[in-house]
Ligand binder design. Structure first.
Ligand code: FES
Ligand SMILES: [Fe+2]
Length: 381
């Protein structure tokens, strides 16, 4: 069982917390490269409980700062991004992408003073359409993550973000919990409705897999297995790669080049970065008669992004509208009555409360990967 103290330890990620310190040892995805235009509007970013501002200067370099101007703390969100730096709208101090103060126009003979003032800037990096930030204390940042999906050429890989309004850990746990797939997502699909040769049919035939779980230097992994043809088993593998990446089973393993990063915005909001190789074999989407399996859409309608700290990449289906649950559908053709994979998962993980109280759980063998992953993170922190 997870105690209340362990739950606090695992879930809180602000500055100075043990888990927050662990996460700050890694480069973390900050935003999509396409969200930052040269000399464009600065972007509000909430990451690990810190309010940051990101911008791309005239030369294309990216800066990520504490959003408060080091003069008197006005937000640099309102700043002017122009001519090689971000200029505070209050008294005109100007900063380059590394946080160096280039100009202090309200101070006579400012040059000496400017060289002593710095915005609190973090190291930023850009690779394959993703912007990363290093928020740790090391002077030499570690290398960028070397997960295959993050290294594939951008044109070959679908890359998108979605926000989850709950603590990062319960969101991540949903991704290493293969047991829910045959209920939440395809609980109303009968084995004889799908292609008898599609390997995912084995999970419809046996909805209570057995598990092997293992820790590794880089995280944790499981194999969920169930009987398939005579003398064979159907295995589903997944990995949790430190500190918050999941590689989940979505097709034959050779082409299953994907990753999701469950990046804590603060203790109760998470930004999920998804990367999926476009050449992968598509998962089970259709029934034998060619019709689409109801409500299993991979893409969900999105709200327009706003400039709010939590205004980016939100699905239309949300807690405020009960994820648009349709009770008639739930009786007839869909296990959840909710449309779309992501909203189905959101309804489950967000409804646990903003931070799930794990002292109330009754864990069973199918939760072993979740237990092992918590322990792995706990020990690392
Ligand atoms: S608060 Fe930014 S220049 Fe004064
Ligand atoms: Fe799911």
């Amino acid at each position: 069982m997870t105690t209340a103290a362990e739950n606090e330890f695992l879930t809180r990620i602000g500055p100075g917390t043990p888990m927050g310190t662990l996460l700050r040892q890694y480069w973390i995805p900050a935003c999509l490269a396409s969200e930052l235009k040269a000399d464009g509007a600065p972007l509000r970013l909430m990451l690990l409980g810190e309010k940051l501002i990101a911008f791309r200067d005239s030369a294309g370099k990216i800066g990520i700062f504490d959003h408060r101007c080091p003069h008197r703390c006005a937000s640099l969100f309102f700043g002017r991004n122009e001519e090689g730096g971000l200029r505070c709208a209050y008294h005109g101090w100007k900063f380059d992408t590394e946080g160096n103060c280039l100009d202090m126009p309200n101070v006579p003979g400012e040059h000496d003073l400017a060289s002593h003032v710095k915005a609190r800037a973090y190291k930023a990096a850009e690779r394959n359409g993703l912007v990363y930030v290093y928020m740790g204390e090391r002077t030499q940042a570690p290398p960028l993550p070397a997960i295959e999906a993050l290294l594939s050429p951008p044109g070959e890989t679908a890359l998108f973000c979605r926000q989850r309004e709950c603590n990062w850990l319960q969101a991540l746990e949903g991704d290493v919990d293969t047991a829910h797939f045959t209920f939440l997502h395809v609980g109303k699909v009968a084995p004889d409705e799908v292609d008898p040769n599609h390997m995912e049919r084995w999970q419809l035939l046996d909805r209570a897999a057995q598990y092997q779980v293992k820790t590794a230097d880089w995280g944790t992994m499981y194999a969920a297995f169930r009987p398939a043809t005579q003398g064979h088993y159907y295995y589903r593998y997944a990995h949790m790669v430190m500190p918050f990446w999941t590689l989940f089973p979505n097709g034959p393993i050779a082409g299953n080049i994907l990753a999701q990063g469950w990046v804590p915005m603060d203790d109760t909001h998470t930004m999920v970065f998804t990367l999926m190789w476009k050449g992968a074999t598509p998962p089970l989407l259709n029934k034998l008669d060619g019709s689409q399996i109801p409500h299993l859409l991979r893409e969900s309608p999105m709200q327009p992004n706003t400039t709010d700290w939590f205004g980016r990449w939100r699905t239309v289906a949300s807690a405020e509208n009960d994820y648009l649950i349709d009770r008639d559908m739930q009786r007839t053709e869909s296990f959840s009555g909710i449309s779309g994979l992501f909203p189905q998962d959101s309804a489950m993980t967000e409804s646990m409360d903003a931070i799930a109280d794990r002292t109330l759980e009754h864990l069973v063998p199918s939760d072993r990967m979740i237990v092992m992953t918590r322990r792995r993170l706990y020990e690392a922190a």
